[in-house]
Every structure is written in C-alpha cells, then in structure tokens.
Design a protein around this ligand. Structure first.
Ligand SMILES: Cc1cc2nc3c(=O)[nH]c(=O)nc-3n(C[C@H](O)[C@H](O)[C@H](O)COP(=O)(O)O)c2cc1C
Length: 257
C-alpha cells in the first residue's frame, strides 16, 4: 500500500503514519517529478483548506499517473469539512481515478487567522480522534467501499460563497509579519512545501507562491512569524509528529533550486 500525504502541522501525517503503508510526501513527489505509481492500494491523506482541498493536492492528483485496485482518501479538518472530498473526486475523475473509500476526520484546527489555537487544542479530547482514527484504519485494512455522505444544501451554499470570496492565490503570505526576534534558524524555509521562502539578510522573505499551510508560522521555534488576525502566540504541531518529520515531508528547497 502506498500513501501520498500532505501536511502543514502534522495532523494528516499522524493519520497517514498509522495506516501501515509506505509513505510518500506530495510536495516531494511533485518537486522530484516522481508522479507514476502503482500498488495494490493507493491512498491520499491531506487537510481541508477553505472547505476544499489544498492546491498542492489538487495539482498532484491532476498530474500523477496512479494505478491500484483500491483507491482511498482521508481528509483531516478542524471544524467544518465542506466539499473537500467532493472536489477531490471531481479532479480524480478527470485523471481517471475513482475512489473506493473516502472519509474525513475531525482534528485540531490549525487555522490561526480564525481560531485561538490554545482553545482548539483544549477541544481535542471532545473530538474522539483516536476512536475515529481506529474506525478509518479498520475500514482501509478490510478494503471497505464507502463514501462520505453528500453534504446538505447549507454546506453547499457556504462552501460556494467561501470558494468565491476566499479563493487562494499564493499571495496569502502578504499577511505574514516577521518580527525582530527572528534568529535566522531557517526552520521556516525547511518546512515550506512550495520553497516560497528565501533568506535575505538572515530573515525570511516570502515569494508570494504560498500554499497557505501556515507551517512556517506554527513551526517557528521562537514565534517570530505572525499572521494578521491571530488571536495570540499559541502555535500547533500534532503531538505524534516531530518537527524533523515535517521538515522531511516539506523541504523541497534543494530539489527545486
Ligand atoms: C488555509 C487553511 C484553511 C483551512 N480551512 C479549513 C476548513 O475550511 N474547514 C476546516 O474544518 N478546517 C480548515 N482548516 C484546518 C485544517 O484543515 C486542519 O487543522 C487540518 O487537520 C490540518 O492538517 P495538517 O496538520 O496535516 O496540516 C484550514 C487550515 C488552513 C491552514
């Protein structure tokens, strides 16, 4: 089983790691141009962005050539999943892929501009993450065929409004601010899946090709990077994922430059 994953703060990687297959990072596969894959089962694990799927996941599914007897996708999300998996299915269909199993899992919300991360972390216990993960792992182990239920009219309306008003264009990093406490450690460069950060005079400079994963902000060891609208300096990384694992998943800078 091959699992292709994308993660900003570790939630999706924590799920992917428990599935027991061979893991492949989507940013690395795109950067290396390794886009042809075959196995008995192929899965995708990634976060929900703006009721949709991240652009990098959409790009991978559109460009990759994947062949398997069983395809599955699991989307992690923090509050409301919207139409992410429906959008994924549309892109996949155009690429000749039909999913046998899709599911979504409620985890900690890492979206700093909207949420107090401290409060989101405090909500983890109520989300039954371990129990829901176990169900999904079991479903995949036994190659269950199932899809998430089609979303209701209200979700569809909200998702449509969100996608029209908040579509991501890579310029989101214009809302980031690096303060004077930056120690030029380079962590932000290493966790960026789009090699969107270059170091100028020791401080990160953004190139406006942002995936908006917020990984650079959450991973900064001294909280020197801030975003407009953040509630406080609380930051998040899934407790089952190390900073090194995020770097190993997303560090594409040497591959691209
Ligand atoms: C740009 C962005 C947009 C997001 N949009 C949504 C959303 O529409 N609905 C939702 O429930 N969570 C949303 N989230 C939260 C993430 O989907 C959630 O925290 C996810 O588990 C993070 O996975 P990761 O740790 O693998 O990056 C968003 C996060 C980011 C960074």
């Amino acid at each position: 089983m091959k699992i292709f994953y994308f993660t900003g703060t570790g939630n999706s990687l924590s799920i992917a790691k428990q599935m027991g297959g061979k893991l492949f990072s989507i940013p690395l596969m795109l950067a290396k141009g390794e886009l042809s894959h075959e196995d008995d089962a192929i899965g995708l694990v990634f976060p929900c962005y703006y009721f949709n799927i991240p652009a990098i996941v959409n790009e991978f599914v559109s460009r990759a050539s994947l062949s398997a007897n069983y395809f599955f996708a699991v989307m992690t999300y923090g509050n409301t999943s919207g139409l992410g998996l429906e959008k994924l299915k549309k892109t996949a269909k155009l690429a000749g892929i039909g999913f046998h199993y899709t599911n979504e899992i409620l985890m900690t919300d890492n979206f700093l501009p909207a949420f107090d991360i401290k409060k989101q972390i405090a909500l983890e216990g109520k989300k039954e993450i371990e129990k829901n993960t176990a169900t999904i792992l079991n479903d995949i182990k036994y190659r269950k065929v199932n899809s998430v239920k089609k979303k209701g009219i209200l979700t569809r309306i909200v998702a449509t409004v969100v996608s029209k008003t908040l579509s991501l264009n890579g310029q989101e990093d214009k809302n980031f601010r690096v303060d004077k406490s930056c120690i030029s450690c380079g962590t932000c460069l290493k966790v960026c899946p789009r090699s969107n950060i270059i170091s100028v005079d020791g401080k990160p400079t953004y190139r406006h090709k942002c995936e908006y994963c917020l990984s650079c902000i959450h991973a900064c060891p001294i909280t020197a990077i801030h975003i407009k609208g953040e509630k406080n300096s609380a930051r998040f990384r899934n407790k089952n994922v190390s900073l090194e694992e995020i770097i190993n998943s997303n560090s594409v800078i040497e591959l691209k430059n």
